[in-house]
Design a protein around this ligand. Sequence first.
Ligand SMILES: [Zn+2]
Ligand SMILES: [Zn+2]
Length: 451
Amino acid sequence: MTLEVCTIGGFSECGRNCTAIKVDDEVIVIDMGLELESYIKHTQNDVKNPVAKEFEPLVKINAIPNIDHIKDWHFKIKAIIPSHGHLDHVGAIPFIAPMFPNVPIVSTPFTIEVIKEICKGERMTLPNKLIAQKLNTTYKVSDKIQVEFIEVTHSIPHTAMLRVITPYGTIIYANDYKLDHTPTLGPPINMEKLKQVGEEGVDLLICESLYASEDRHTTSEAHAKQMLEDALLNNPMPDLEKKGIIVTTFSSQIARLKTLIEIGKKMNRQVVFIGRSMRKYCTAAQRIRIVDFPKSIPFHARRPVVQNALEKIQREGPEKYLIVCTGHQGEPNAQLSRMSRGETSLNLNENWLTIFSCSVIPVESNIAQRKVLEKELSSKKVHILKDLHSSGHASGKDHEELFKLLNPKHIIPSHAGPEFGKQLIKIAEKLGYKEGETAHLMGDGKRFTVK
Ligand SMILES: [Zn+2]
Ligand SMILES: [Zn+2]
C-alpha cells in the first residue's frame, strides 16, 4: 500500500515540468515539458553545432526532464497526463513519449491539439494513443487511479488542475493556475468546486510558486483587455489613426488574441497575425472551436509569405492595419526583431506604435534580448507601450486562498527553484504548515511517500 511521488523536473528550476505518481505498481506521469532557454540555445541558434533532438543529448543540456529518475518505474507507466498546452508542460513529449509507445497521452482537447501541432512541427508522428478528455470529467487510468480534469483559469485555454484519486489518498496538481473571476475567454474560476474538493480531502498539493513572493492577487485577464482598449480605443495617443500599430503577445494567449481581433474591428483596421507559433496555437484553437477567428483574418507564418504581406501593408498604408506578431521577448530571429532591424519592407519610424502585451520573462537572455529590441525600435523613433498585460500565474494572496479552499495535508512547491519554493512555504507557514513536516522543498529527482 504505497502512494509515492517523484519530482522529475521543474522543481529545481523554472521549466521542464514533470512529476510521476506511483500507486502500488502503477505509475502516471504528469507533464513532460521543455526548458526553453536551453532548448533554443542548443538546437536553433547554434546552427554550426546542432545538438541531436534525442533523449540523451537533450537531457544532458537540461532541456528536457530526466525520466531516468524513475528508471525502476518505467515498465509501470500507465498514462502520460499533460495539464495544459504550454511548452514547459508538453514540449518534451516528442522526445520522451515515444520511449513508452504503448502508453496513452490523456489531456484536455485543446492540449491534445497543441501536442499534434508540436509533433507536426518536429515532423514526427507519435506512436502513443492520444485521448482528448473533456474538462471537468474523470479519466479512469486503472482500478486504483482516477484523474479528474478540473477546469481552472490560466493564460492558455483548457488548463486543468488535476485531481489524482487513489485508494490511499488524493493528490492535487496545480501547475499552473490563476484565480481569475473575470476571464475574457472560458468560464471564471470555480471556487465552489475547489471548496468541495477540499472538503472531500486532499492529502498532497503540488503547487506552482513562480510569483509566490508577490504579496497580492494576480490581476484578471479583463484588466489586460481594459489596458489595451484604453491605449487603442478610449484614450489613444494623438494621431493614432495615422499610425502603423504592432502588438506583440504570447501566441498561446488565445483570449488576448481574441481581444485584439475585437479591438481591430472597432478601429476599422484589418488584423494580420504574423509568426509561426501564432499559427500553430490559433489552428489548434480553431480546430476545436474554442474561438471562431473570422475567415478574413490572415495568418502568415512562412518567411516569404510574411515578406509579401508586410510589403503590401507598407504599400497600402500601415494605418489600415493592426499587426499582431511574435517576438515579444526580443528573440533575434522572430519577426518583430527583423522588423526593428529594417530587414522587412516595413519602414518603421515615428509614425509607428509598438505595444508589448506581455511581461519580460525574467531570465538573463530574455532581458538582454528585449533591451536590444527596444533600443532598435527607439532608434527609429517608434513609440513603445510596455506591460499591457496580466499574468497567467497565481500570486501570493491567490495561493493563500487556494490553500484555505483545498486544506491539503502536505504541500510541495513546484514550477521554480528553491528560492521561489521557499516563498510558497512561507505562505503555508502562516496557515500553520511546517517546513519538513507538512511543507516540503523537493528539487528535481526526489521521492516523497504520501502514504
Ligand atoms: Zn502554463
Ligand atoms: Zn508552466
